[in-house]
Structures are given as C-alpha cells and as structure tokens.
Design a protein around this ligand. Structure first.
Ligand SMILES: Cc1ncc(COP(=O)(O)O)c(C=O)c1O
Length: 375
C-alpha cells in the first residue's frame, strides 16, 4: 500500500531522541530547533514523561468519556493554577484543529450566529471551519468554503467593527502571535479593542494558543502579555510533548450542556498523564523562565549576523528574517550541520521553535553553523 503523498519529506529518519537532540537511523545526531513543529515542550523523552506514560499505559491507556476520569479533574486543577485561567472550564480533544473547530462550534451555538472574523496570514487548522478561517485558499476545498469568513488585516479595528455591526458574527478568532503566517504580533490596543468589540456586538473572542501556549513565549499564554480576557482559548502542540492532546478553555459565561461537544479519544488517560507531566516539568524546571532567558540570548546573538534583518516573535517562538529566501539555508543547516529549523509563509523567514529546555550551548552551536553559511 502506498502512503497518500501529501508531505514533501526531508531525507532524515529519526529513530530516537533525547532532550533537544534527535538521532537518525545511521546514528547521526541532530540539534532540534524545530521541536517537531513546536510540539516538544519539555524535551524529547524526558525521564518523568517516559516513566509516567509507561506507568499509566501499564495500568489503563484508554477509556471513553462515559465514565469518571479523575485524571481529567486533576489536570484541570493544575492547568488552572499554572495558566492563571482559574474560572475557565476545560474541554479536551486531540489536536489543534479540533480545538479550534470546537471553539468555533461553541461560539456558534452560544450566539446562534455563523459568520467568523479571522485575519490575514492566519492559520487555524485543516478541518472544516478552521481551514475556512485560515488565510490560504490553496488548502480550502469547496466543502470548507461554504463557511462564512471575513478576513481583515491585523490592526484594522475599524473594518472589524463595520463587519460586527451587521450582527451576524459568532466569533473573532486570532493567533496573538502568528505561527506559519510569519510571527506577526499586533499592539495591546488592538487586542484590547477586539475584546471590547466582541463584548459590544455579542461575538465570542477566540484566541488560538495552539502554537504559542504552554509556556512557549515565556508566559503561559501569549495573550496574557496584553492583559485581555478571551472567551475561548485553544491549545495543543506543547500541551502533550508529542502525545496528541488538544483542548479549549471556556469562559464561565458559556455554560455547558450535554452533547454540544464530544469526542471518543479526547481526554483519555494517557493524554491526561502526558499533559499533567508537561505541567509538572514546566514548573519544576522553570522552563518558562528559561524560554525568556534563552530568547534574550538568541536575539543578542542574532544581532551579530548582518544578513538577519529582523527577529520576530517572542520567547522560543522566533522568526529570523533574512534578506534572501531561506530554503537552501534550511537544507544546509539540516544536511551539513545537522540542525532542524522551520519555515514560514514568508520565504525569507527561518523559524526557531526548540524544546523549552534549550540551553546557551545549543544556541551557540546554531550560530556557529549559521555564521559558516551566511557569514
Ligand atoms: C496556530 C495554530 N493553530 C492551529 C493549528 C492546527 O493544529 P493541528 O495541526 O494540531 O491540527 C496549528 C498547527 O500548526 C497552529 O500553528
């Protein structure tokens, strides 16, 4: 049977990994500054993660959401404490797209409206409504295009208000720091303005923290820098350190009722242990503080490279903007220097999304290689 060929693949076959390093089938060591697409938060095969997951698997890997699961309750309690989103309610699912799909669905149920407002260069996933709210027509099929979505530029509050005035918008969805779109972040006034407009016109304010959440930016959620209160916060990626877990945090004003959301696999026992272990290690190893400190170190080193015209993003969610397209550079970093990095919609951006355990020595290793490539 052939695989359905949807991914252009690098010619590397990882077979094991440890912390910030990945090893291929020939034993070559790679520095992972990509984190499997911002997924690895506490480091590959962290000992506590391996132990807790193995212990849980030997007891009970899965049961459905039709029975009591104290692991979900313990997870919600710890998540409330660490995220400081104490009044929110937790719904667990399996991926980032699913988190956003549930967020949009809930917004539509809650407001009984169906239009969505999203932003230029957004990415929210590949499922039905999320791909429609993603600013990339190439990945939107006709079945997705039925969703009513208006796109506006970041910062354009006036156009958002004009759209909201029509009274048919259920949700405004935004990544506070864009991921693949190119690491753009707008002003606090803009995010606060969106919050106020959503309140004024009865729309649900959804913040997509799928990539930026769980400590990646040095704060638990990226939106917290702007002191806003979203109605729904979507999460995934770093949440499970590689185990597929997603979820939404739901403001107390949105009440639950049986059947509005549901999932077979979401919140299963292994997923809960993965996420609870991530939270424990984030706290014990002070990884959010590390993200902030390593970002400062990274940005200072980047300033020494004339070909880097700008560094975008925050914490360990960074984009290095070069004055040329980076696809060859990225390949050279991988095949010559054995360093994984990421790309963005803007071909001149190299994305840096390492595990939050990354240290100065790893950043030095990257810049040594980069200097050899670009001077
Ligand atoms: C901001 C953002 N939202 C949603 C998604 C979709 O997540 P998933 O691939 O887990 O469905 C991604 C994935 O890259 C993302 O970066």
């Amino acid at each position: 049977m052939n695989l359905f060929n949807v991914y252009p693949l690098f010619d590397v076959t990882p077979v094991r990994a440890k912390d910030v390093y990945v090893y291929d089938n020939g034993g070559t060591e790679y520095l992972d500054l990509y984190g499997g697409h911002a997924v690895i938060s506490i480091g590959h095969s962290h000992p506590a993660y391996v132990k807790n997951m193995s212990d849980q698997l030997s007891k009970l890997g899965f049961y459905s959401n039709s029975v009591q699961n104290p692991l979900q309750i313990a997870l919600a309690k710890e998540l409330a404490l660490q995220s400081n989103c104490v009044d929110y309610q937790l719904f667990l699912c399996n991926s980032g797209a699913e988190a956003n799909e549930n967020a949009l669905k809930l917004a539509s149920f809650y407001t009984n409206k169906k239009k969505v407002i999203a932003f230029t260069n957004s990415f929210h996933g590949r499922t039905s409504a999320t791909v429609a709210a993603t600013d990339n027509t190439k990945i939107v099929a006709p079945v997705n295009a039925q969703h009513e979505v208006d796109f506006f530029n970041l910062g354009d509050l006036a156009s958002v208000e004009t759209a909201l005035q029509k009274g048919d918008v259920c949700a405004v969805i935004i990544e506070c720091i864009q991921g693949v779109g190119g690491l753009d972040e707008n002003t606090t006034d803009f995010y606060k303005g969106l919050e106020l407009l959503c309140a004024k016109y009865d729309a649900v304010f959804i913040v997509d923290e799928v990539q930026s959440g769980f400590g990646r930016t040095g704060e638990f959620f990226a939106f917290q820098k702007h002191k806003i209160t979203p109605h729904i916060i979507s999460m995934a990626k770093g949440m499970g350190n590689g185990f597929p877990v997603g979820g939404i945090l739901i403001h107390p004003k949105i009440k639950a009722s049986y059947g509005v959301l549901g999932t077979t696999f979401g919140g299963n026992h292994l997923a809960c242990v993965a996420c609870s272990t991530v939270l424990k290690v984030l706290k014990e190893e002070k990884l959010m503080q590390n993200a902030t400190a390593m970002a400062a170190y990274f940005i200072a080193k980047a300033a020494e490279i004339p070909k880097i015209v700008k560094v975008k993003g925050r914490g360990l969610m960074l984009g290095l903007v070069f004055d040329f397209p980076v696809s060859t550079l990225r390949k050279n970093l991988l095949y010559t220097h054995h360093i994984f990095t990421g790309s963005a919609k803007n071909p001149n951006i190299l994305r840096i999304l390492p595990p939050l355990t990354v240290k100065k020595q790893h950043i030095d290793q990257f810049f040594k290689a980069l200097k050899k490539e670009v001077g």
